[in-house]
Structures are given as structure tokens and as C-alpha cells.
Design a protein around this ligand. Sequence first.
Ligand code: CA
Length: 655
Amino acid sequence: MIRTTLLASLFLLMVSKNSTAKEFCFDEVTYSPSQTTFRLFAPKSAKKVVVRLYKDGQAGKALKTVKMQCTGEDLWTSTVQGDLRGSFYTFDMGQGETPGVFAKAVGVNGKRGAILGEWPMSDDWDPVRPVVKSPVDLVVYELHHRDFSIARKEAKYPGKFMALTEPWAIEHLKQLGVNAIHILPSYDYGSVDETKLDKPQYNWGYDPVNYNVPEGSYSTNPYDPACRIKEFKQMVAALHKAGIAVILDVVYNHTYDIEHSNFQRTYPDYYYRGERSEVRGEMAYSNGSGCGNETASERPMMRRFMIESVKYWAKEYHIDGFRFDLMGVHDIETMNQIRQELDAIDPTIFVYGEGWSAGACALPNEKLGMKANIPQMPGIAAFSDDIRDALRGPFSDDTKGAFLAGISGEEESLKAGIAGMIAHPQVDYAKVNYSKVPYALQPTQMMSYVSCHDDMCLVDRLMASIPTLASLPTPLLSRLSPLQTEELIRLDLLAQTAIFTSQGIPFMLSGEELLRTKKGVHNSFESPDSINQLDWTHKTRYPQVFEYYKNLIALRKHHPAFRLGSADLVRRHLDFLPVNGNCLVAFRLKNYAGRDDWRNIIVILNARKESAEVAVPNAHYTVVCQDGQVNEQGLGTFSGNQVTVGPQSALILHD
Ligand code: CA
């Protein structure tokens, strides 16, 4: 089945020896005004490989069909005379037309590759890339282009890359204080028809088509191949100028389908895991992605593809980080090689992923980028479903609550999350919900979060899982009474206080700061705008929510004690304080942790419906977070060794 592995490696060796400054990337178009050379990685055994040239990006017959020659092991080339600038092309090796796997510019809907004369914004377009010393200094904000801007009244470019260049957008992000935007799939994906943008269409975009081209529906003109490239870069430059890093959600683990994929159409069955039946000769594809297929990162050319693709985004588009969708489908070795190659470009480029798959993979779990294998992947982080579910309840049942619902038994998982999922003498991992051993060697390997685009957003989950907030049949924010709304907000703020005081890397879903609701929809990947869009009127309707998020983020950013960044420092400076009873967690960051200005910081998280007493070391304290308010300057002072924390809220004090 793995019939080309060796050949592919030899080929790669040969190619890298021969290539000059530019590395060969699977398929390549080298343009000059007098001629254009096409190269394609396709099996030597192919009967016939052609390039077709077109005037248009999608319509019309080929102007010319040119036969390619096999000029190396699995390398096909052809040179066409004349000035092809502005033309489009496809390759065809008998499996259907394709722009190749590494097209860098395409026509509408990504069907045909585009030959550009001048490359859009080729240099000096982004002089100020933000740099963070440690990933633990990041505050990550996960955003879908359309969610964020489609309902914003003053948006000039609703739903587009360019929306993130607009003053209202930048201002909001800066006000909130996030310093990294993780954008949902922004490469060219298949589920939105770019020729019908006059009709509202929505998709998260987890159906990759062209991995190395920005998505057309987020550009102002998907027919113009240069437009999406230029506008994506303008977006990155505007965010960078505002000190905000840009993280790309990358989905190499599967493609939209197999039959029409560019992988399959250039090198059949090479890029996917599966087994060929000996009797019938058919491929049985593995489906660890839950989307019908799974790619084979362990094969040299798939591995090389992933490496070259992230390098391309990092170098060409100045991307600051990568979030690997279903990282648990990829093998550990590939993830480590990606880390190494990105280190060579810029070691601050941040890599994290979902440390799980969505089904059984064709490789054993111990070889895969699973959360439990994070100790074998230094410099790579994984989302902690441990802290997420300890707070809100399990993925499998939206109506099931946990700590926030006042249900006991999740305290140890929460403590593990607060410590950054590292080994800590006061955390008993036997009592942790999922990770029975610490999965992180360093707190920078843990993504701390309570909600993301998947599942219900925090507000909906609270309404679905907290009996007193249930407004049946559908949980709707607008149906809550003022008292219910107050309780909802208390719990929402409590949840994020756990996240933003965790030693892991804090991550939030866009809109949570506006008390976002998706009207109870769990999987809104293709729901209409009415479900997914941010309702900006919430910013004035629930001003206390935005205010708390903003001040909480500022508190974290101003106080290194909350982001020590090293497991040793966390173990030295983080103590959990003894408490009586359940649904109460208290900890202290002691002795000027991380050279903080504050000597000791005490954080108490109380999910009970009544207030709680907690013993603290005797001192004179300044309260900086209490009853739904955060103020670093102080909300009051107090001396003694016993504090009261209000119901369903957090208390933070320092001496
Ligand atoms: Ca597309």
C-alpha cells in the first residue's frame, strides 16, 4: 500500500539538491514574461499528465493543453512559451483537473490556479510583527470572520478579512486587551460558494480545498486572484500594527472529500491512511477525523506538505501561530519536525492543537499527537478539556453541569488546570476527570479555556446545564428574568476568572465578552448568521460583562504571577489553600511570584449558591476582585486571617 514512500523520499532528496533559493513545493509555477514553467509531483507511473491553460478562473474551455514530461522521479515538468500573466491553469493526470496541492493563487472557488505577474505586496508590507517573550503571555481570542463583523453596523467590510483592519474592530480588541487572534479556517475551503456571495452563506470552514491560499469568500473579490492575497496581508498588517498576533487554524488532518481533493488528483491514495483490500483491490480509508478520511502525516510527502505549508504561511503571510485541528490525527514526529522548522524561522511562533482525534486512526495512539503525548512534544500545547469540563460539564451532554452548577467532584480537575496541567504536589491526578497523570511538562503546553467555537458557547451551556437558568423549551437569554440574568453573569465571570488566573495559556471564544449566545445551538458550523453573529448591542446592554473581562485580562497582563511560564516556578510559588466543603477552590501565588509587585496574591473561586469563609494567612490585604468587579487599584482593604467570598463569584486579594 505504501508503495511510494521510498521513491518519494529519494525524489525529495533529489529535488532539494537541485533547487536553488526557493524550495520546491509539490507543484510550482515559475513565471517570466517570455515563458512559464510548470512542475508537478505526480507518480512516474502516470500514463499522461497535462497542463491546461485558461483565460478564466472557472468558465470556458482550455485555450491550450500541454503535455508534461516526466523529468525526474515523480516529477513532471513543462515549459510554455509566451506571456501567460493573468491566465489560469489546471493539472490533470487522469483523476480530474486540479490546481495542484500547493497552488498559491487561484480563481473563484479554487478550481484553477492563477498565474500572477507581480506578487501582491511582496515585501516590506508588515514592518512590526508583535513578539511575546513566552506563549504564556498570550491572550488568545478565537474568531470567525463572519461572526465577528457581519452584524456590526459601521462595518465597511462585514464578513471579510478587511473588517479586521477597521478602526471599530481594532479598537474593540485593544480595549478588551487580547493580544492574539486565532482565526477559524481562513485558507480556501469548499463549503461556501464564492460565486454566490450575494446570498448569505455560512460555514466554519473545516473542509479544506487549497491549503495555501486565503479563502475567497472573505475577500472583496474572489474572482481576482490577487485580491484575497492582498487583503489577507492587509488584515495581518493592521493587527500587527495594533500589537495583535495572528494565529491560523490549520486543518491538515482531512480534506473535504477524497475523490475531488487535490491530493488525490495529483497522487492517488498517497496522502490518505487506509488499506487496500487484497481481494477486491479497493481502498478502505481510515476515518480518524470523523469527516470521511484522514491524512497520512507519517508519509514523507504528507509530512513535507504540512511542514512546507506552515512555513509558507509563516514566511509569506507573517502568521504568528498555528492551531492544529485534530492534532491527535497527526503523528508525533511530524509535529516535532514542524516545531523545529518553525523555530528556525522564529521560535516565538506558537503551536497548539486539539490533542485528540474524532475516531480511531490507522496509527496507534502512542504515535499520535494526543494530549497524553504532549510530554514528547516540547514547545507544543494542547487544549485542556480537563479544566473546560471541570467548569461547565462534559462534551457529551450539554445539560450536564459541573463546578459552575455547584456540583462537587470537579475541584481537583480545576486545580490541575489552574496549575497548568503540570505535576504539582498538591494536585492528585487520580481525582482529575481525564488526565490521570499531568500531561504538560510546562504550563505553556496547556490551553486554558471554558468555551470555543465547538459546542455551546458559555452562556448557552450555563442556561442548558444550570436548573435555575433553564428557560425551556429553548434556552434563550432574552427569556431570563433579571435575577436569572444576574446569576448567569455571576457564573460566566467566575468561569473566566478560573481561565485567566490559570498558569496555562488563556483562550476565549470571540463574543463571550459580550455575553454571546448561539441560541442553544451546539454545532453551529453551518448555522445562519442569526445564530452565529455577535450581537454588538450586548456591549451596552451588559456593560458589566465587558468591563469585567477587560479588567481581568489587564490584571493577568500586569501581573506576572499569573503567568509564570515554567513548571518549577509554578511549583515554587503556587499553593492551594485548604477549604472546607465542596465547590470552592482557593490558591495563593506567593513571595512575589514571577517578580510580581504584589507579595502574595490569593484567588478564591466559589461556585456555591451561598457565600463561603476561607482561612488565609494573617495580613493586610487589598481586594482587587469581588462580587463581579475587578479593579487593580483596589476595591477595598482588609486585615485578618479569614475572608468571605460571595456566592457564585471570585475573590482576588493581595498583600
Ligand atoms: Ca473557497
